[in-house]
Ligand binder design. Structure first.
Ligand code: GDD
Ligand code: MG
Length: 340
């Protein structure tokens, strides 16, 4: 098995820490490892460094190298996209790189985003084993998570009857509107897409040929030609380009803990809290505060009487907002960017 890690995305909802020069995958929330570092560690639990391919963009090269070094994975392959063309093209580039190395079409790849948290490790390994079994039967496989609410930022998998150690995918809806998300979240047939895919290189190529002809035309020219024409590659996610269109999928449930850490509220919920329900890190003094996330960096934050608030010092900017406004932080970051 090979693991293709996608580490080229941006991210605005975690402003002021996540910026174009430091997207979410490079952030550390526990003071030890970044989300990419945790993803690499998980991958190292199932393959050797030489079986890892990290696809990212050139401006993140040095940071990715540091991450690889910190988990002892310097033997991993780094594929640099000339321009960002979303996840379908990034996955196709990683696959094309492997085929170019002589890896056979029957080899299974695990495609992993690098911007989420999941555990425990045993649960992850068990789910990957099941997915591998289904991938070897010719299916593309996603890992489903029980919805905890009507999140509109995820893909929703509708499952049908059982197939091997998983279920058939009946339909896939990427980022539905809130009405549909509400209906899906209450329906036991629907799961969230955790964003990981498991399939053989041959299955990926067949699916691209059937559902993303323009991308297939480029990838079938071989790695060197594909990467030099990468700017012409379509900018579509693998979820919309492939999963929504194909009826050859299967789903393996992931029953451990999973969070895509997509908002400050999700981070608050994930991290260890003190007796007053606060998450406090860095140089902070808090008095009579409850349910708040307060993250200092380089200067003292003195907080008094906060209830369910976010205070995040990003160095050049400080975010102050009620926790229940978390989902709208991206809009604030976009407004700031438009002001220049
Ligand atoms: N190399 C590369 N190039 N990586 C990319 C690119 C790109 O152009 N665009 C995104 N990525 C990486 C991101 O860094 C992240 O690790 C992963 O691909 C997924 O991209 P996101 O942009 O974060 O996708 P999303 O969160 O909106 O949606 C996906 O993840 C959800 C779960 O967190 C989808 O797969 C959803 O269906 C899923 O529910
Ligand atoms: Mg994401």
């Amino acid at each position: 098995m090979k693991v293709v890690i996608l580490a080229g995305g941006g991210g605005t909802r975690l402003f002021p820490l996540s910026r174009s020069w430091l997207p979410k995958q490079f952030l550390e929330f526990d003071g030890k490892r970044s989300l990419l570092g945790l993803t690499l560690e998980r991958a190292m639990g199932i393959v050797r460094p030489s079986d890892l391919v990290v696809v990212t963009n050139p401006k993140h090269r040095d940071r990715v190298m540091l991450e690889l070094e910190s988990v002892g994975a310097l033997g991993a392959h780094l594929v640099l996209e000339p321009v960002g063309r979303n996840t379908a093209s990034a996955v196709a580039l990683g696959a094309s790189y492997l085929l170019n190395l002589g890896v056979p079409r029957g080899e299974v790849i695990l495609v992993a985003p690098s911007d989420h948290i999941m555990g425990p490790a045993g649960e992850f390994v068990g789910a990957v084993d099941k997915a591998c079994e289904l991938a070897l039967r010719g299916r593309w496989v996603v890992f489903g998570v029980r919805p905890a609410g009507p999140e509109t930022g995820y893909g929703y998998i509708e499952v049908g009857g059982p197939v091997g150690p998983g279920f058939l995918v009946r339909s896939f809806r990427e980022k539905p509107d809130v009405e549909s998300a509400r209906a899906y979240a209450e329906d036991p047939r629907y799961y969230w897409n955790s964003g990981m895919y498991c399939l053989t290189l041959g299955c990926l190529m067949d699916q691209l040929e059937r559902h993303m002809e323009d991308l297939y035309r480029l990838v079938s020219r071989g790695y060197d030609e594909f990467i030099s024409a990468f700017a012409d590659s379509p900018s579509v996610s693998i979820d919309r380009g492939l999963a929504e269109k194909s009826s050859d999928g299967a789903m393996v449930p992931f029953n451990g803990d999973w969070s895509d850490i997509g908002s400050w509220d999700a981070i608050y919920k994930w991290l260890q809290k003190d007796g007053d329900g606060n998450v406090i890190s860095g140089d902070c003094v808090a008095l009579n505060c409850e349910g708040s996330l307060i993250m200092g960096q380089g200067r003292l934050i003195a907080a008094l009487g906060l209830r369910d608030m976010l205070v995040v010092d990003g160095g050049d900017a400080i975010l102050v907002a009620p926790r229940n406004e978390s989902q709208r932080v991206g809009l604030l970051a976009e407004k700031l960017a438009s002001l220049g």
